[in-house]
Design a protein around this ligand. Sequence first.
Ligand code: MRU
Length: 384
Amino acid sequence: MTPLTSLRTSEDEIEIINQLLLPHTTEWLPINSIPDAYDAIKSMKIRGAPAIASLASLSIAQNLSRVLKESPPPKYSGAHLDPLLDYLFTSRPTAVNLGAAIKRLRGKLDLLVKNGWEDTRALAQEIIKEARLVADEDVDRNRLMSKHGAEWLLADIAKHEKELENGKTNVLTVCNTGSLATSGYGTALGLITHLFETGNLNNAYYTQTAPYHQGSRLTSFELISLGAPSVMICDTMVGSLFQRFNIHAVVVGADRIAKNGDTANKIGTYNAAVLAARHKIPFIVVAPVSTVDLDIPNGSYIPIEQRAAIEACLVRGALHPISPATTDPAQAVVMMTPSNIDLVSGVYNPSFDVTPAELITAIVTEKGVAVKDGAAEFDLSSIV
Ligand code: MRU
């Protein structure tokens, strides 16, 4: 089976899986312009911090490559690139990977210009290479952080002589951080995949993750495709799960990690962290270095995206035979609130919350694992 991925490319062509239609319909959507990429990110047809950075970068590469094919090729300069980068940057505010990719491309351009690169064609080609690298380097680093994190968890369990279940671990995750949220393999879900591949996973529990349902629509799809043992729970069941089952860790991704370790991730992550602390369950954040924002001292500086109220009033899926209307397998979007709910002030719909460093046991990147060693905050210098 071809491994799942959020996007695929061939030369200048880019296609993404429309994640609004998963898991019932797999539709590949062509991305042919910067506005196409912007719209796909904003409407969450593609989502997940690393995946949106990859798509933004690839759309820049596509744009430059098409510009170069024009005849005669126009003179290329930073003046062409700047507004495109600014525009993409505004698509979603919380995940810093997007901003980091944009900063990286701008930095590359500035460096080349400073070093006297005058051939505009060669200059554009270098930016194209760098932009493609943003997407390409994702999978290898995901495998690396997954291995670091899984090995750390197993060592921590052994160190504290915790009882395993059937000789294996039970972990809980929130949202979707797998192949669909990255260029492949995933971050937190990568760690869980690593546990599974090495025979160390008893069960992967995952929350449905309302209101967009990244858990029940996407993480379920990935874990079932992998053949990994998994159990879905409603977001409201985390406390009950911790009371009744032997859970060895909560493992989540991140959209932005502040200098002190405070971490923004999908709404509901903070709830799970509070409950994990109460039950003394290690809480592990897994993310690439590009998710760490050393420019902000703590989580209060992280911009939290508010999504449209209507998104919290809808459920997406396919019609199920228990409904009388039924045999139509088409996609259904069902409103679950009164249709006259006040969409201006009657719904609160933040896309992310911030988990304070105090509640986080370990932060894992491709460079290694950071723990607090008794301090309230993290020193991330060894893993960035
Ligand atoms: O709103 P989303 O679906 O883009 O939110 C995704 C998350 O919160 C993920 O946990 C995070 O981006 C890490 S993905 C590897």
